[in-house]
Design a protein around this ligand. Sequence first.
Ligand SMILES: CC(C)(COP(=O)(O)OP(=O)(O)OC[C@H]1O[C@@H](n2cnc3c(N)ncnc32)[C@H](O)[C@@H]1O)[C@@H](O)C(=O)NCCC(=O)NCCS
Ligand SMILES: Nc1ncnc2c1ncn2[C@@H]1O[C@H](COP(=O)(O)OP(=O)(O)OP(=O)(O)O)[C@@H](O)[C@H]1O
Length: 199
Amino acid sequence: MIIVGLTGGIGSGKTTVAKMFSELGIAIYIADTEAKRLMDTSKVIKRKLIALFGSDAYNANGLNKTFIASKIFHDKAYLEQMNAIVHPKVAMHFKRWLKKQTSPYVIKEAAIIFEHNMQSQYDSIITVTAKKQDKISRVINRDDTSRDKIEAIMNNQMSDEEKISKSDFVIVNDTLEHTKAQVLEIHRRILKTIEKRKF
Ligand SMILES: CC(C)(COP(=O)(O)OP(=O)(O)OC[C@H]1O[C@@H](n2cnc3c(N)ncnc32)[C@H](O)[C@@H]1O)[C@@H](O)C(=O)NCCC(=O)NCCS
Ligand SMILES: Nc1ncnc2c1ncn2[C@@H]1O[C@H](COP(=O)(O)OP(=O)(O)OP(=O)(O)O)[C@@H](O)[C@H]1O
């Protein structure tokens, strides 16, 4: 199965783009959603996260997102330790999910691909970018958050330039119409490559 990675910084539009591929009949896997689900449901992960962050890691509603975000997005050591607890489980879940897919290729959306040197696990990688100001205003519209918090996360993420230099495709997410046209073009090119490989 051909695995296409979809990545980008905070608010770049990864999930929006993933949905556009889904409308073209492509199976999509959102690593972040699965990671969050596992963090809420897996007893092993919960135990390890409490050992790492203390009992504030969870509250009555489940994962204490505000508390965890305040830790990991300001301290790379915490981020890496949390990722080491959660991501192997997500990788196992993805493997099982992949076996069940029948679309010509699959899209795996993941915030971190290059950061962990995982590019070899993908046949092709798409980076989504947008103007910094667009990313910030879109996230503020979507979430109950502040410009300062978003900028703190941005400053902790790999730059768009570096991601782009390592990618096979780039999507500039300005207007939704333009983004859709770029998705369609990339979809066609991937299908063409798959067809060529068959002969
Ligand atoms: C830390 C949490 C609680 C913060 O939640 P919050 O709603 O405040 O932020 P949100 O999820 O929107 O993430 C903000 C930005 O950080 C990125 N991000 C999220 N988790 C991670 C991570 N583990 N490593 C690097 N970047 C991450 C997101 O893609 C996004 O660009 C939440 O992001 C989380 O549970 N993360 C762990 C899940 C995970 O590892 N996701 C990434 C899988 S690739
Ligand atoms: N081209 C666009 N025009 C207007 N709004 C957009 C556009 N692209 C995305 N959005 C909106 O911006 C917000 C961020 O987009 P999205 O959630 O797809 O980004 P993301 O990269 O997955 O975010 P995160 O990194 O936080 O997980 C969403 O509310 C989405 O509906």
